[in-house]
Design a protein around this ligand. Structure first.
Ligand code: FES
Length: 192
């Protein structure tokens, strides 16, 4: 009687191990392929953020609010300031982020933030047009922004103006560097 060949018991476990390892490796590769684009998608707003800021037309901080012909000598007129707001993921369309009073005085234009330095309400023009007035706590200011009573802690916040002349027009654009300042303190201190 010849001997029957013995089975080699290790073959089957080795094959299983090979399949198991292969499945793990394959799963890892598929997971990485699926995950990396997802990470890119999640991070894309952050990665795109600086490019958006660089292409922003108001990146120098100035915004064109009006033309000289929009103003009458010595008569204040208020203009909205538009800006894009964004968080880490979403850039929202332009919307009003503040407003500015412009006053023409000869060849110059003065600009004042319409945000009251007392507690931040919107400053209006008084009923007779000869002074500014804040309805929240009755702050009053002359047309050059100086306080007219004891309520506001300082004058209205003046803003830098740039009159942009162009060879094609004799009606300069009024560009204003819009900034916001801390309220309720005597110093004019820009918000960070
Ligand atoms: S916020 Fe303007 S008077 Fe108080």
């Amino acid at each position: 009687m010849g001997e029957t060949p013995k089975e080699i018991p290790l073959i089957e476990p080795n094959r299983r191990s090979f399949h198991k390892i292969g499945s793990i490796v394959l799963g890892s590769i598929i997971g990485a392929i699926l995950t990396i684009p997802g990470v890119g998608f999640i991070l894309s707003p952050i990665l795109k953020k600086s490019a958006t800021e660089d292409s922003d037309s108001t990146s120098d901080g100035f915004q064109t609010l009006a033309k000289i012909s929009d103003l009458q000598e010595g008569i204040p007129r208020v203009f909205p300031v538009l800006g894009k707001t964004k968080d880490a993921w979403v850039q929202y369309p332009e919307e009003p982020i503040g407003s500015v009073w412009l006053v023409k005085k000869g060849e110059k234009v003065e600009a004042f933030s319409a945000e009251c330095p007392h507690l931040g309400c919107a400053v209006s023009l008084g009923p007779d047009g000869s002074s500014f007035f804040c309805p929240c706590h009755t702050s009053a200011f002359s047309l050059d922004g100086k306080p007219k009573n004891e309520v506001p802690p300082r004058a209205m916040d003046s803003l830098t103006v740039d009159l942009k002349k162009s060879p094609a027009s004799d009606d300069p654009e009024i560009r204003v560097k819009f900034e916001r300042f801390r309220t309720a303190i005597p110093e004019k201190s820009p918000l960070a």
